[in-house]
Structure formats: C-alpha cells, structure tokens
Design a protein around this ligand. Structure first.
Ligand code: ADP
Length: 380
C-alpha cells in the first residue's frame, strides 16, 4: 500500500487504516493508487486493492460510474447503493454510501478520493421506524373507526334502545381498551429505546420473586382459564443485576401470551429457572395450541401476530414479544422460541447474572423510584 501524496506514508497509513470508513484514491485511468484496510474488509478482498482496476475491487458498476463521473466532471458526487457483498458463509445485503471528490491540488493527473461508508445499520433503523409508524397508525385506525362508527349509530337513534346501546358501549369499551394497550406498549418500547442508562446498573433483585408477583397479578386470568402456572426455581433465590421493570414486562408478556392464546381450559404453564453459574437459563413453556413453524421466525417482529389463531375477539397488540426481545437484549441476553403445537411451546431466555457485587445503595429496584414500574407504564 503506498500513499502517493505524502512524505510520511507510515503515519498517514496508520491514521487512515484506523478510520471506520473505506478510503480509496483512484487515478484518471480508474486504477486504485491507495486503499486503506477498511476497503479490504468492506469488499472481503483476499488481495491488496492497490494497483487493481476499481471495478475489480468494488464489483458494482454503479459505484465505478460515480467515480468516473466525478473524475470526468471534476464535481463531487455522493450517492447510496444497496449492494450484495459475497462472503463465504453468507451473501450480505449492505447499503454503501459513496462519496467521491476530485483531489485538490495541481496534479498532472486527475485523482479522485472516495469515502465508502457502510450505512446499512442507519438505513435499516430508519426502515424499522418508518414501518413502526405505518403499522402503529394502521393498528390504531381500525379500533378508532369502529368506535366512531358506533358513536354515529348511537347518535342516529340507537341510544333510544337501551339494550342495543349497552351492547354498543361494550364493543366500544373493548376497542378503547385495545387502543390504550397499543399506546402503553408503544410507550414501553419508546422507554427502552430512549433509556440511556444500562439496565444492569439499576440494582440487584430476585428473578423468582418477580415471577411470583407476575403470577399473582395474572391470577384472575389464570382462574378464568382454569390454567395451572408453576415455577421450578433455580435455588432459594435467583439474584440478577437488572431493571425489575424490564423483567416484569418479560414475564408478564410471556405468561399472559400463553394464557390468552389458548382458548381451551386446563392449560399448564411452567416457568423454569436454571442456574448455570454466570448465567440463568429461563424457560416459559406451555402445552397449548403452539405456533406454526412457518410463523416462528417472525414472532419477535413488531406487530406480528399469528392470524390463524385469532378469533374475532381482541387478543393483543403484536408488540409483546418485541418488548420481551428488547428487554432481554438490554440485559445482554437472548431469547428464542420453539414450538410443537399441542405438545410444548417454549420461550427460552439465556441471560448473564451481571455484576452481583454492586453497591446495595445503587439498588433502585427496591426503592419507590423511577425504575420500579412507573405507573404510566404499568401493564395491568
Ligand atoms: P400479541 O400482543 O398479539 O400477543 P406478541 O408479540 O406477544 O403479540 O406475540 C406475537 C404472536 O405470537 C401472537 O399473536 C401469537 O400468535 C404468538 N404467540 C406468542 N406466544 C404464544 C404462545 N405461548 N402460544 C401460542 N402462540 C403464541
């Protein structure tokens, strides 16, 4: 690798190799005269890029075209491209920002410096946000227009018929509750996304007592469904460094899901905690209808619901599992799902215990502070 414009090549190369972006310098005949190490990483190169034709390295002719136009016109050009980078294990779809600018100075030949930036994460995040807004508006619009329809019916005369009016009000209440729940789930997601504090610094608490509390809160639904919810503990206690508000959400959503997705009575739900030394493995399993294998890869996506199981009655927002995933990941863990419909559907969480030597004073989980389930985010 040689940098043609500087005396102190070595220092410059160290600096340029340390950058997050790929840097190329291309001469007038589209030959690469300088490339930092990031270029090799970006395009998975096995050979040095210097001395090669730019098309051989970047593969995508649209990127070459940007460089050529920049060289010929002397104008700076910036564009983004969706490209596929061939890798041995998988072909990754990436979005690359290409920023080409003629090199200033009185050079005999026109050189172009190109900054290549992998903006895949930013583009994907923007897409997730756009989808979220579109899906949220759609999910809110349906119950809202149902409520408005019934209000019109009532004001058009249905109010005179007490029995009919009662029925309409009942339906409106159900859809009003649904809107409230969607908004609540959206607030929870937004709280997780805007949290600038590491939840594992919130303090230390007992995961098992969190499960017990959630089971207690869900008791009316458990009785209504004649279900059995049991816990196999990891030991007398299962301490973890984390934010109890997050874990309330995790257990509540998973146990409530098992209860509400299963219409027949006598369901068995088992929460098992296993102490694996520095981690816990937690599984929440039920013997209900389960999740078809074709839906399993998508259930953690926002607003995804397995429609086949949905009766006319309103069951959920499709946000519950995405909240679970986010909350588990915020604690450095991961969650997976497996399902054998009718036999066993299990959500398995593997999570590090975290730093259990934290100062007791930092334990915000036992205090009546912010982290301990703020009222506005309560799920019940
Ligand atoms: P929802 O608010 O609709 O429950 P979730 O994100 O919590 O949304 O769950 C997504 C979908 O996954 C649900 O609509 C349901 O079809 C399916 N699901 C989740 N847990 C279970 C379970 N224990 N048994 C059967 N289906 C489940």
């Amino acid at each position: 690798m040689a940098f043609p414009f500087a005396q102190n090549n070595e220092v410059l190369e160290i600096i340029l190799d340390g950058l997050a972006d790929g840097i190329l310098v291309v001469d007038g005949s589209m030959r690469i005269v300088f490339a930092n190490k990031v270029v090799s990483r970006l395009f998975n190169l096995k050979r040095d890029a210097v001395g090669r034709d730019v098309v051989e390295v970047v593969i995508d002719h649209r990127i070459c075209e940007v460089i050529r136009r920049c060289s010929e016109s002397g104008e700076a050009i910036q564009q983004e491209f969706h490209i596929t980078i061939n890798r041995r294990d998988n072909n990754r779809q990436s979005v690359l920002s290409v920023d080409a600018e003629p090199v200033a100075g009185d050079l005999k030949e026109r050189y172009v410096r190109v900054i290549l930036r992998d903006v895949t994460h930013r583009v994907e995040t923007e897409q997730v946000r756009r989808d979220f807004v579109a899906n949220a508006s759609h999910e809110l619009r349906t119950p809202l227009s149902i409520i408005n329809g019934y209000i019109e019916n009532l004001s058009d005369g249905a109010l005179e018929n007490k029995e009919l009016a009662q029925r309409f009000l009942g339906i409106m209440k159900k859809h009003g509750d649904r809107i409230a729940r969607i908004v609540e789930d959206m607030l929870t997601i937004s709280k997780f996304e805007s949290a600038n504090q590491d939840p594992t610094r919130a303090g230390i608490f007992d995961l098992q007592s969190c499960v017990t509390d959630v089971i207690e809160r869900l008791q009316p639904l458990i009785e209504e469904k004649s279900a059995t919810v049991s816990m196999i503990p990891a030991g007398p206690e299962a301490p973890i460094a984390g934010d109890r508000f997050y874990w309330d959400q995790i257990f509540f959503n998973l146990i409530e899901n098992a209860l509400k997705q299963n219409l027949c009575s006598g369901l068995n739900i088992r929460v098992t905690l296993v102490d694996q030394g520095s981690r816990y493995e937690i599984s929440i399993a039920d013997d209900g209808v389960g999740i078809p294998s074709t839906d399993l890869p998508f259930i953690f996506k926002r607003f995804y619901r397995v429609e086949k199981h949905h009766s006319k009655e309103i069951k959920g927002t499709g946000l519950g599992l995405s909240i679970v995933k986010r909350a588990v990941e915020a604690h450095g863990g991961e969650v997976t799902a497996r399902s054998e419909p009718g036999k066993e559907t299990a959500f398995v969480i593997s999570v590090p215990k975290g730093d259990l030597t934290q100062d007791a004073d930092t334990d915000a989980n036992d205090a009546d502070g912010e982290t301990n389930q703020p009222a506005e985010f309560s799920t019940v």
